[in-house]
Each structure stands twice: as C-alpha cells, then as structure tokens.
Design a protein around this ligand. Structure first.
Ligand code: ATP
Length: 166
C-alpha cells in the first residue's frame, strides 16, 4: 500500500486547499516551529478515522476546523482527502487499486466519510485501513517525542512498544 497524496482544506492551520504529494523515496516537510508540520501528520491520522480529539491535540473534534486568525475568518467545515494505491492488497472493499478516502467534518453535524466519492460508514473506513495493515494508530507513525520516550522507557515499557510494532 502506498500513500500518494493528501489534500487538506480548512483543517487546523490550513484555511485554503493544499495538496501534499508523497512521491517515491523519502518525503520531508521542513519549516520553522509552529508552521504546521505536525498538523499535516494529524490530517493523515484524521482521514484514516481517528476518533480521539486528544490525540489530535484538541479538546473536541471540532477543534480541527480552521478557527481563524486576526485577518482570516474561521471556517465551519474541514475536509481531508487521502489518495492511495492499495498495491495489490486485498480488502473487503470492492475498490482496490487506486483508492480515494475523504473525511468531511461540519460544525454541529459530525463527520462523514467517502470512499471513491461514495458515502460510507466510519466502520468501513476502519476496516479498509485495517485490511491494508495501517490506520490512525499504526506503530509506523512515530510522533514527536516518541523516540525520546522509547530511549528513556523502562525495559518492560520498551518491550510493549516493540511487541506492538512487531
Ligand atoms: P513544531 O516544529 O514546533 O513541532 P509544527 O510545525 O509541527 O511545530 P504544528 O504544531 O503542526 O506546527 O502547528 C501549530 C500551529 O497550528 C499553531 O500556530 C496553531 O495556532 C495552529 N493551529 C492548530 N489548530 C488550529 C486551528 N484549528 N485553526 C487555526 N490554526 C490552528
């Protein structure tokens, strides 16, 4: 399975639509503190079905919607689209090959998920990513501070992390 592109619209610090291509080889995001690097990773977790606002550094899920700045009004929705190639992996979904997963959140209305443009249940998205051996809690997503935690962890805690990854 390969991630190919993330499109972000009104999510956290991105009031306008941005497209973030993930090409072959290494892709890096470079920028000063607070420019939104972690927000891009959180957009990836969110579109894969993250349900915990806390793990997206928010108090409630609507905190992921762009909340305005001194010269930009806040928005009342946000949307993230993930384009991926299932790379021959099978899923219960009929849509293998190139897949497009979209999550849209509107204020007071909750989240909607779309698979190749068709509305589906959150559960279908969870199953799809589980079948592709990934998801918002994949151990291959190593967030800020986790490497430090791993180094300073007690041997038993480190064992639990390594077993989860294995
Ligand atoms: P660092 O290098 O310090 O880890 P970073 O580049 O990873 O920083 P982020 O933590 O992704 O930066 O982004 C933080 C910025 O996102 C802050 O300026 C914060 O105000 C902004 N931000 C977070 N949520 C929202 C929101 N809902 N609306 C607007 N801006 C937001």
């Amino acid at each position: 399975m390969k991630f190919k592109q993330i499109d972000i619209n009104c999510f956290k610090s991105f009031p306008d639509q941005i497209s973030f291509p993930i090409d072959k080889g290494l892709t890096g995001i470079v920028g000063p503190n607070g420019c939104g690097k972690s927000n891009i990773v959180e957009a990836l977790k969110w579109v894969m079905g993250e349900t915990s606002a806390k793990s997206l550094r928010g108090a409630g899920m609507e905190d992921v919607i762009f909340n305005g700045t001194s010269d930009r009004p806040s928005k009342n929705f946000c949307e993230v689209t993930l384009k991926l190639d299932s790379d021959g992996k099978k899923s219960i979904s009929e849509n293998l090959g190139n897949i497009e997963v979209r999550r849209r959140l509107e204020k007071d209305k909750g989240s909607k998920y779309f698979l190749n443009g068709k509305e589906v249940r959150a559960k279908d998205i969870h199953i799809l990513f589980a079948d592709l051996s990934t998801g918002p809690h994949s151990p291959s997503m190593v967030s800020q501070g986790r490497v430090g935690n791993l180094i300073t962890a007690k041997p038993t805690d480190r064992r639990a992390i390594l077993e989860e990854a294995a």
